[in-house]
Ligand binder design. Structure first.
Ligand SMILES: Nc1ncnc2c1ncn2[C@@H]1O[C@H](COP(=O)(O)OP(=O)(O)O)[C@@H](O)[C@H]1O
Ligand SMILES: [Mg+2]
Length: 236
């Protein structure tokens, strides 16, 4: 079967010497919904940043069969939509329309195609009618939705989201989970939110200290209390 993500012994050390990842192997197949869990500093965000080439170590990363190389970056970024944990890192325009249009404009789509993609993406996240609002004057939940729309407007095959429900109140959180559930594409989600994991992901990968320490069926992983305790993830 085709692999959406194929990573072999990826290590990454930040310029200040901090080791973010240690020899990580990960394969993800089309249509999977994969949760990445682990304590703060486990390396979840560092790994996600490797999936569309924001970070590149001396490693073997293939996305949808494309090796992570300069010449494939544009195509990879079209296929992998990466939503940062902090919407402020994703939203920088004066209007919601401009932020959601940024990717399609960059890809060189026509004006009418751009407009259609923005309309569609905002509809998907339930934010139609917000086109002319300032992204910075939205609620956290609305910002998260617009941040997701900025990648949906490229129609990605893979949605990679870093802590989608952090800082959300319970109602916003559950409505975001319901929204994500409706998206058909492959999803890779870094989170501490075990409700989200149970509701959305059949597979769970546990990270700690820059390494993958477990990878399996979500129910099995979340029922493994000693495993969760060992990695700072147990409810109490
Ligand atoms: N920009 C950075 N510069 C230096 N070290 C970093 C940077 N970002 C993350 N790290 C370090 O890399 C490790 C993994 O961090 P991160 O991937 O952010 O973990 P997580 O997302 O699981 O909380 C941690 O030790 C963290 O301190
Ligand atoms: Mg993180």
């Amino acid at each position: 079967m085709d692999k959406v993500v194929d990573i072999k012994s990826v290590s990454y050390t930040y310029p200040d010497g901090n080791q973010g990842l240690k020899s990580v192997d990960l394969t993800i197949y089309p249509g999977e919904n994969v949760a990445m869990i682990g304590p703060n500093g486990a390396g979840k965000s560092t790994l996600l940043l490797h999936l569309n080439g924001v970070l590149r170590g001396n490693s073997t990363v293939e996305i949808c069969g494309l090796p992570m190389e300069e010449k494939n970056l544009k195509e990879i970024r079209k296929r992998v939509g990466l939503v940062f944990q902090d919407p402020e890192d994703q939203l920088f325009s004066l209007s919601v329309f401009d932020d959601v249009a940024f990717g399609p404009i960059n890809m060189g789509y026509s004006e009418s195609e751009v407009k259609q993609r923005v309309t569609q993406a905002l509809e998907w996240v339930g934010m139609s009618g917000y086109e002319h609002r300032s992204p910075h004057h939205l609620s956290v939940g609305e910002k998260k939705r617009v941040a997701i729309a900025t990648v949906l407007s490229l129609n990605p095959e893979v949605l990679v989201i870093d802590e989608p429900t952090s800082n959300l109140d319970p109602r916003s959180k559950w409505s975001l989970i319901e929204l994500l559930k409706q998206f058909p594409m492959t999803k890779i989600i870094a989170t501490h939110d075990l409700d989200l994991v149970r509701a959305l992901c059949q597979r769970t990968v546990v990270m700690d200290g820059g390494e993958i320490v477990a990878d399996g069926n979500t129910e099995d992983i979340l029922d493994d209390i000693p495993l969760l305790k060992a990695h700072g993830l147990a409810p109490r």
